[in-house]
Design a protein around this ligand. Structure first.
Ligand SMILES: [Fe+2]
Length: 110
């Protein structure tokens, strides 16, 4: 399967699944009871399964996308070597030590 139309469908579905994961996360955070929190977590985990299924099919149909996994880009991020969620150290030559775009993630400027 490498039909360009199918690849678009897979990517759009992937976007929706990722958005839905965020939505369930927000609902889980808002929920008060353990029972409702657990249900939201369960639903969110199911969406993560769908992400994995869509990604697997996308890799089968898109050789360039697959190569990005084969070459280890995903592993580098997934194992924290280049995690965008981790506080990165300042790149060499930075004029403001310790300050990078990545270090501003989650920072409130209000
Ligand atoms: Fe889903």
């Amino acid at each position: 399967m490498s039909d360009p139309g199918d690849l678009v469908v897979l990517r759009q579905a992937l976007v929706r699944e990722l958005e839905t994961i965020n939505h369930y996360q927000q609902l889980m955070d808002r929920a008060v009871s353990v029972e409702v929190k657990d249900l939201m977590r369960h639903l969110m985990d199911e969406e993560k399964e769908h992400v994995a299924e869509l990604t697997a099919l996308l890799r089968q149909g898109d050789a360039v996308q697959d190569r990005m996994f084969v070459e280890g880009h995903a592993e580098a991020i997934g194992r924290g070597k280049a995690s965008p969620l981790a506080k990165p150290s300042a790149p060499t030559g930075s004029s403001v030590p310790g300050l990078t775009v990545g270090s501003l993630i989650g920072t409130s400027f209000a």
